[in-house]
Design a protein around this ligand. Structure first.
Ligand code: PRP
Length: 213
């Protein structure tokens, strides 16, 4: 699927292509899966943060006074539980001052529609930029609902960062949240009759947390 959505960024970085391939290989064990999810998140966030704004910063090196730059934005991370937790460590390593707001959502196995079960967002969104994290965009239902929640919360500038997406999920976000930029490592071929991404990587939550049924 080419970049049809004007705000869709599918990484072209060779390291991302390599790592998402190993991540999706069925032989990859849980430990390696977690490491790769972290590394992919770092690389994707590098691509998703190229337009952060900066303030000039006066400081001293060991040798002299000089001027540098500091990010002047308050950034919030919203991982969608459970699988989004697999992206949080890398994100807070890269953005150590970011606040982490958890949203719990699972996909009903019969209806394939998202069910919200945890929301600890405070009354007002305090952040200038919200990064919603979820490794998988299948039907897009979970991401679309999460984006609606953070918009009602007051978030004005939102980006979605995921590892793997189906064309159906991208189309749903294009219809429901055309203002939200999407950053993903790969767009896969399709969804199957059970709404699993194909070829896919299986269930990211299960593979991260070792709970494969
Ligand atoms: C997976 C995934 C997304 C959602 C994607 O979560 O992490 O949140 O499904 O599907 P959708 O685009 O069709 O909504 P899951 O429901 O398996 O819960 P988990 O993260 O707890 O494993």
């Amino acid at each position: 699927m080419p970049n049809e959505h004007p705000l869709l960024h599918v990484s072209r970085h060779p390291l991302i292509a390599h790592k998402i391939t190993v991540l999706s290989d069925e032989r990859t064990d849980h430990k390696t899966f977690r490491e790769l999810a972290r590394e992919l998140t770092t690389l994707l966030l590098y691509e998703a943060t190229t337009d952060l704004t900066l303030d000039e910063w006066q400081y001293r090196t060991p040798l002299e006074e000089t001027t540098g730059s500091k990010v002047n934005l308050r950034i919030g991370l919203v991982p969608i539980l459970r699988a989004g937790l697999g992206m949080v460590d890398a994100a807070v390593d890269l953005l150590p001052k970011a606040e982490v707001w958890h949203l719990g959502m699972y996909r009903d196995e019969e209806t394939h529609t998202p069910v919200a079960y945890y929301n600890k967002l405070p009354d007002q969104c305090p952040d200038d930029l919200i990064l919603v994290l979820d490794p998988m965009l299948a039907t897009g239902g979970s991401a679309a609902d999460a984006l609606t929640v953070v918009k009602h919360w007051g978030a004005k500038w939102i980006k979605f960062v995921g590892l793997i997406a189906a064309p159906q999920g991208i189309r749903l976000l294009e219809q429901t949240h055309p203002d939200v930029e999407l950053f993903v490592a790969k767009v896969d071929r399709d969804l199957d009759e059970n709404k699993f991404i194909r070829p896919g990587l299986g269930d990211a939550g299960d593979r991260l947390f070792g709970t494969t049924a």
